[in-house]
Design a protein. Structure first.
Ligand code: SAM
Length: 291
C-alpha cells in the first residue's frame, strides 16, 4: 500500500468516511521521497525511539517504523485511529495513542522508552499550533536527542536565523538556549493533499546536552527575551521597562550599562549569552528590592 499515492489516500479517507480536517491542520504528504528523506534524517540511532506527532494516515509512521526500534505516535483525531490500525497493523513496534499532544503527559508516556535508549521527535506538524508544540517539547525538560519538524518555511527561517540577524525573533533566541537548529530542505506546497497555501521546510534541532549558559532564573531569561522582541522598535531600556514594572527605568538602564551595552542598543541584536547576563542582572535587582 502506497500511503503517499493521492488515489490511495482518497480511497482510505472514503473507506472510513473521513474528510481532511482543516481545524487539525490535516495536509498529508504525497511525495514518498520527502517522507523517506525525513525518516532517514531525523535521528542517527536506529536502536532509539521516535515520538511522532500527528501520524495522519501513517505514511511517515511506516517509514519511521522501518528504520527505528520503536515509534510512539500521538494523533488527536479519533477518526484516524481505525485508519492507523489498518495501515500500521503489520508494525509491532508502533504504538498509536489518541491524544492531543498539548494535553499529553509526555514524560509518563515516554518513560519506558527513555529507560531503553534515546528518544527523538519527528513530525509533519499542523501549522495552526507549531510554536506551542515546539515550546512544549523544549520546556518539557525531556532529554530528546533530536526534534525534527516540518513547518511553514517562514517559521523555519525564523527558527534557523542567525541570532542578532534581521530574521531573528524571540523564538530564535529561546531555541538557541535549548539546541542547535538546522534547516534540512524545503518542501513545496504541491507535495501535500490538500495543498496548503505556503511552502514548508524541514528543520532538525539537536538538543544541547549541556546548555550554552546557566541563567539564575530561566523564567526571567525568557521574560527578558520576550520583552526585547515584543517591543523591537524600542530601545532596550524602553522595551524592558514596558515589561519589568517592578524596576525603574533608571535601574534597568544601569543594569544594561553594567552588561557593557550602550543604552540605545536594540534587544534583537543580543545573543543568548548576552540575554542571560542581562536577565541575571534584572533578576538580582528584583530579588534585592523584594528583600
Ligand atoms: N504525518 C502525516 C503526514 O505527514 O502526511 C500528517 C501530517 S498533518 C500536517 C498533521 C497531523 O497532526 C494530522 O494528522 C492532525 O490530525 C494531527 N494533529 C493536529 N493537531 C494535533 C494535536 N494537537 N495533537 C496530536 N495530533 C495533532
Amino acid at each position: 500500500m502506497n500511503l503517499c499515492d493521492i488515489k490511495t489516500i482518497k480511497q482510505i479517507m472514503a473507506m472510513f468516511s473521513l474528510n481532511f480536517r482543516k481545524e487539525f491542520g490535516q495536509n498529508f504528504l504525497t511525495n514518498p521521497m520527502v517522507v523517506e528523506d525525513i525518516a532517514d534524517n531525523c535521528c542517527q540511532d536506529a536502536s532509539g525511539t521516535i515520538l511522532e506527532i500527528g501520524p495522519g494516515i501513517g505514511s511517515l509512521t511506516r517509514e519511521l517504523a522501518e528504520r527505528y526500534e520503536n515509534v510512539v505516535a500521538l494523533e488527536i483525531d479519533h477518526g484516524l485511529i481505525p485508519v492507523l490500525k489498518y495501515t500500521l497493523g503489520d508494525y509491532r513496534n508502533v504504538t498509536v495513542i489518541n491524544e492531543d499532544v498539548m494535553k499529553a503527559n509526555l514524560s509518563e508516556i515516554l518513560a519506558p522508552y527513555f529507560a531503553k535508549g534515546t528518544v527523538s521527535v519527528c513530525a509533519n506538524l499542523p501549522y495552526y499550533i507549531t510554536t506551542p508544540i515546539l515550546m512544549k517539547l523544549l520546556e518539557s525538560g525531556l532529554p530528546f536527542e533530536y526534534i525534527t519538524i516540518m513547518i511553514q518555511s517562514e517559521v523555519a527561517d525564523r527558527l534557523c536565523a542567525i541570532p542578532g540577524g534581521k530574521d531573528c525573533g524571540a523564538i530564535t533566541a529561546v531555541l538557541n538556549y535549548y539546541g542547535q537548529p538546522e534547516k534540512l530542505f524545503k518542501v513545496s506546497a504541491g507535495n501535500f493533499i490538500p495543498a496548503p497555501k505556503v511552502d514548508s521546510s524541514v528543520v532538525r534541532i539537536r538538543l544541547h546536552q549541556e546548555k550554552p549558559c546557566h541563567p539564575l532564573d530561566e523564567a526571567t531569561l525568557f521574560r527578558t527575551i520576550r520583552a526585547a522582541f515584543e517591543q523591537r522598535r524600542k530601545t532596550l531600556p524602553n522595551a524592558l521597562s514596558a515589561v519589568f514594572g517592578e524596576l525603574t527605568k533608571g535601574e534597568i538602564t544601569e543594569i544594561i550599562a553594567a552588561c557593557g551595552h550602550s543604552v540605545d542598543i536594540r534587544g534583537e541584536k543580543l545573543g543568548i549569552e548576552e540575554f542571560t547576563a542581562l536577565s541575571d542582572g534584572l533578576w538580582t535587582k528584583i530579588q534585592e528590592k523584594k528583600a
